[in-house]
Design a binder for this molecule. Structure first.
Ligand SMILES: [Zn+2]
Length: 419
């Protein structure tokens, strides 16, 4: 079922009372190769649905307000649910599985031009309302959001998804801040294993991650002079050979005045920022959410709170807190307040460090009390990716199933106003 190509949309009806479902179904089946099956025997329906990969233990279909149309080659399936927003508004929820995009486009065209349909929009009604609301509420970017407006920074984040790269650069930063360092020094101080030495060499020579500079080093004792650095070797040579320039070794015991030029590497400022603030993790999560949801916001303000990632899709609003570090009790409290403020259906805590059992038990208490789905995803970046994809796949299964299961009021939203 995971590999299904599907379309979800909702059609706003012109007038609920005037609307005739049978007429619409006739119109659709006359102009496509689809035929309605809801009046067929339950066993037949089950068989037909299973040819698309859908399996249901029990069916809750009623004849009213729902229709499923299929073609004989099991290539296209369409499910229509009528939802009434009393007293006079109504929408049709449309779910279409397709193999051929042309056929999908044809169905959408037929729906759009049907006289009882006012408007057809992508996504469910709930999703559309939530997106409109968040577009308004989450307009302002946080500092991280502004930082990620720059494509160069996004590309840096992608390079830093790699756990080993990040770990090595983090070690360089914590040992030497952003001093210009010769490659051999970085290798002996940071890289312990042989393969790490190779990675260090590779990342230092990546002009996106490190700046290459040239400094003077004492010829006798090797002591570096950090006072001046040059972007190119030629300038360094020119200065060194200039008769008005004199070098003095900064090592007091040495006092030599002879220098040589040495290539050094400096971690770029934005790389430090991305690692220190865990911005790479926020971008990685947003990127994954983007594949399964309708809209993703990254680095936005809600009132005075900075939200890491927010998404709407699969009929849910999802708030994600990312921590490349320890997620503690206080983080949980403020996250729960934020989730309440934006009325998130799902709260995800994504962290590279194990979460303390006390925090987990507090989270479980929240879970028991409310309807909100809450989940902790912890581990290295590969583990996080896999866990999040698994979680989204489960949400997707539930979402797709929900179109087939008939519940009379599954959909009545708390906002009944209509434009
Ligand atoms: Zn010296």
């Amino acid at each position: 079922m995971e590999s299904l190509e599907y379309y979800v949309g909702h059609a706003i009806l012109k007038d609920l009372k005037e609307f005739d479902m049978d007429l619409l179904i006739n119109h659709l089946s006359m102009n496509t190769k689809l035929r309605p099956i809801i009046k067929e025997k339950e066993e037949e329906i089950k068989k037909l649905l299973s040819s698309y990969g859908f399996t249901f233990q029990k069916m809750f279909f009623t004849f009213q307000g729902k229709e499923i149309l299929v073609d004989d080659k099991s290539e296209t399936l369409m499910c229509i649910n009528r939802i009434s927003l009393y007293p006079k508004y109504g929408i049709l929820e449309i779910f279409i599985v397709y193999k051929n995009k042309k056929i999908l486009e044809n169905i959408i065209e037929l729906l759009k031009e049907h006289p009882s349909i006012k408007e057809l929009k992508d996504g469910t009604y709930i999703e559309t309302r939530k997106i409109l609301q968040y577009n308004e509420d989450l307009k302002k970017l946080s500092p991280h959001g502004k930082f990620l407006k720059d494509n160069n920074n996004i590309n840096l984040c992608k390079k830093l998804y790699d756990d080993r790269t990040r770990k090595l650069i983090r070690n360089i930063i914590s040992n030497f801040e952003n001093l210009p360092l010769p490659l051999d020094l970085i290798k002996t101080e940071i890289a312990k294993k042989k393969e790490e030495k190779e990675i260090v060499e590779k990342i230092c020579r990546d002009p996106n991650l490190f700046e290459k500079k040239f400094i003077f080093v004492c010829k006798r004792c090797g002591y570096p002079s950090f006072d001046i650095s040059f972007n190119d070797k030629k300038t360094a040579e020119k200065i060194l050979n200039d008769s008005s320039f004199s070098f003095n070794c900064a090592n007091k015991e040495c006092n030599s005045n002879e220098a040589i030029i040495k290539e050094v590497f400096v971690v770029k400022k934005n790389v430090i920022k991305i690692i220190r603030h865990g911005i790479w993790l926020e971008y990685m999560i947003a990127e994954i959410l983007n594949t399964e949801t309708r809209k993703v916001w990254i680095g936005v303000m809600h009132d005075n709170d900075e939200l890491d990632v927010v998404a709407v899709g699969l009929n849910k609003s999802i708030l994600v807190e990312c921590k490349d570090g320890t997620f503690g009790q206080n983080d949980l409290y403020s996250l729960m307040i934020q989730a309440g403020d934006i009325n998130a259906d799902v709260v995800l805590i994504v962290t590279t460090q194990p979460v303390h059992p006390n925090v987990k038990s507090t989270l479980n208490k929240y879970k028991e009390k409310g309807k909100r789905i809450m989940k902790i995803i912890e581990g290295n970046s590969t583990e996080i990716k896999n866990e999040l994809n698994k979680f989204l796949n489960n949400l997707k299964k539930e979402y797709i199933n929900s179109f087939f299961i008939w519940k009379p009021y599954r959909f009545i939203p708390d906002f009944l106003e209509f434009e």
